[in-house]
Design a protein around this ligand. Structure first.
Ligand code: SF4
Ligand code: SF4
Length: 216
């Protein structure tokens, strides 16, 4: 199953973000963060207890069915009073959920999680990083294998000098992704595609204004 992979921010960072904010409403989500055990019902309850031990007052908490849905603002109306009593919303969802809520409510928001990548669960609690949504997909030229996520250095123009017997110099237990790409393209008789030079990457996906997109 593919999902947005998150992990809880370090406690000190959350403490710092909540400094001076005594009353907190906690929001979790019933989809990805529930499945990764980072923002479902038990984690929201634990967070409430941890904050109480630190002298914060929880004005309420909820786990939204889908925090990134455009109807989230409507779903939170039910908690209008508890939210208005809070200084801040502590949001235990991926960054998409946090931004969705921030756009729909006139309230300070603090994310409790870091959003890492889109991943596929390989066994319980373990994920393979599939895509970081870099905005400039090149896997059409790499045999469908993503070097941005799979190479430790994120190299897009072939291997570094450290590749050794097909293994990665950073993690010798891992195949060098550029060896995998080479073998795959060779198998497909498409090695020529490796010759294409990938220009320096604009991590804003080629758009001139960060965060602004125009499709067609
Ligand atoms: S190159 Fe890799 S990280 Fe970028 S969009 Fe394609 S699959 Fe995702
Ligand atoms: S050995 Fe291969 S996978 Fe590892 S950092 Fe170098 S190019 Fe990337």
């Amino acid at each position: 199953m593919i999902r947005s992979i998150t992990r809880q921010k370090p406690e000190e960072e959350i403490d710092q973000l909540l400094e001076g904010l005594g009353r907190v409403f906690i929001v979790g989500c019933g989809t990805c963060v529930t499945l990764t055990n980072t923002g479902g019902t038990p984690e929201v309850a634990d967070m409430g207890e941890e904050l109480a031990e630190k002298g914060k007052l929880s004005t309420g908490k909820t786990v939204l069915p889908v925090a990134c849905d455009h109807l989230t603002g409507e779903a939170l109306k039910e908690f209008g009073q508890q939210i208005s009593q809070a200084d801040v919303l502590l949001i235990m969802t991926c960054a998409f959920g946090v931004q969705t809520i921030a756009r729909q409510l006139k309230k300070m928001v603090v994310p409790a999680l870091d959003t890492l990548f889109i991943g596929k669960e390989t066994s319980v609690g373990e994920f393979n990083e599939i895509c970081t949504q870099c905005g400039a997909c090149i896997i059409g030229e790499t045999g469908g294998i993503c070097p941005v996520t799979s190479c430790h250095k994120g190299l897009v123009n072939g291997p570094c000098g450290g590749t050794n017997d097909g293994k990665c110099e950073i993690d010798a237990n891992k195949d060098c992704v550029w060896t995998l790409i080479y073998n795959r393209l060779k198998e497909l008789d498409c090695l020529d595609t490796m010759r294409k030079y990938q220009k320096p990457r604009n991590h804003h996906g080629g758009e001139p204004t960060p965060g602004k997109w125009k499709l067609n």
